[in-house]
Design a protein around this ligand. Structure first.
Ligand SMILES: Nc1ncnc2c1ncn2[C@@H]1O[C@H](COP(=O)(O)OP(=O)(O)OP(=O)(O)O)[C@@H](O)[C@H]1O
Length: 245
C-alpha cells in the first residue's frame, strides 16, 4: 500500500460569522449566549494525498481557503468533518511570528521556537550559528523581535524552520516576504529539501514558484477543489481562469 505523508479525506471546515452590532450593556445581558451568527463552509469535501518526498502547491484567490487548509493539516484547526492523517515530523511556517515571543531577542526566540519543535538546548546550541548566519540578521539578532520588520521576522522564522530537519514542511506565503536576494536563497533551500526527499506543502500567490517548486498543485475555489493534479497543468488552468475575470 502506498504510504502517504499527508492524507486528507472528505475534509470540511465550518466557521461562524458573527453579525452582532455594538450592543448596550443591558442588551448584552439580555442576549447573553444568543449571538447572531451565520455558518459557512471554508472548506468543502477536500481530498488530497501527498506522497513522501512530494511537494504540493496550493493556489487560489484571496479567501478561497488555502491558509485554512494548511492550518487544518498542521493541527491548528480541527476539521468539522472528515479526517487528516499526517505521517512524519511536521514543521509549519504559517503566520508571521507565530511561535515567537515579542519581548525576547532574536537569539532567545531561536531557543524558544526550536524548543516548541522538540529540540533540546544542546541540539539548538549546535545549530545556532548556522541559524543566525542564514537569517542574515547580524547584530539585530540581539534585539527584541517586536522591533523587527515583517521581513526580518520571516527571515528568522524561516531560518529556524529549515534548520530543524523537517520531514514535512508546511509553508504559507513565506516567499512573499523579504527582498529578492533572500527569496532566492529560500527558493534554493526549498529545492535542496526536495532533493533530500522532504515532503512540502505550500501556499503561494506566485504561480511561477508553484510551477518551479511543486510536483502537484491544488486549486481551491470558494473552499472547493477546482482542479488537482500535475502542478504545471493546474497552474496553467488557474492562470487562464484569472485572466478571464
Ligand atoms: N478563524 C476564522 N473565523 C472565521 N472565518 C475565517 C477564519 N479564518 C478564515 N476565515 C474565513 O475563511 C475563508 C477562507 O480563508 P483563508 O484565510 O483560508 O483564505 P486564503 O485562501 O488563505 O486567503 P488569502 O489568499 O487572502 O490568504 C475566508 O472567507 C475567511 O474570511
Amino acid at each position: 500500500m502506498q504510504e502517504y505523508a499527508v492524507e486528507v479525506r472528505g475534509l470540511y471546515k465550518e466557521f461562524r460569522l458573527y453579525h452582532d452590532r455594538a450592543m448596550s450593556m443591558k442588551e448584552r445581558i439580555v442576549n447573553w449566549g444568543r449571538h447572531k451568527y451565520e455558518k459557512f463552509w471554508a472548506l468543502k469535501d477536500i481530498n488530497i494525498n501527498v506522497k513522501k518526498g512530494e511537494s504540493l502547491g496550493i493556489v487560489g484567490r484571496n479567501g478561497s481557503g488555502k491558509s485554512t487548509l494548511l492550518k487544518v493539516i498542521s493541527g491548528i484547526y480541527y476539521p468539522t468533518k472528515g479526517e487528516v492523517k499526517v505521517n512524519g515530523k511536521l514543521t509549519t511556517l504559517l503566520e508571521l511570528g507565530a511561535g515567537f515571543h515579542p519581548d525576547f531577542t532574536g537569539r532567545e526566540n531561536i531557543y524558544f521556537n526550536a524548543s516548541i519543535f522538540g529540540f533540546t538546548r544542546q541540539e539548538i546550541n549546535e545549530k545556532l550559528d548556522d541559524i543566525i548566519a542564514f537569517s542574515e540578521l547580524g547584530e539585530f539578532i540581539d534585539n527584541p523581535v517586536r522591533n523587527y520588520s515583517s521581513g526580518m521576522y520571516m527571515r528568522l522564522a524561516f531560518s529556524v524552520a529549515i534548520h530543524i530537519e523537517p520531514e514535512i514542511l508546511l509553508l504559507d506565503e513565506v516567499l512573499a516576504v523579504g527582498d529578492s536576494a533572500f527569496q532566492e536563497k529560500c527558493m534554493s533551500k526549498i529545492k535542496s529539501f526536495r532533493e533530500k526527499g522532504v515532503t512540502m506543502i505550500f501556499v503561494s500567490h506566485a504561480s511561477m514558484q508553484v510551477e518551479k517548486l511543486c510536483d502537484k498543485a491544488v486549486w481551491l475555489k470558494d473552499g472547493e477543489v477546482e482542479k488537482y493534479g500535475d502542478a504545471k497543468e493546474v497552474v496553467k488552468a488557474y492562470e487562464r481562469w484569472i485572466q478571464t475575470r
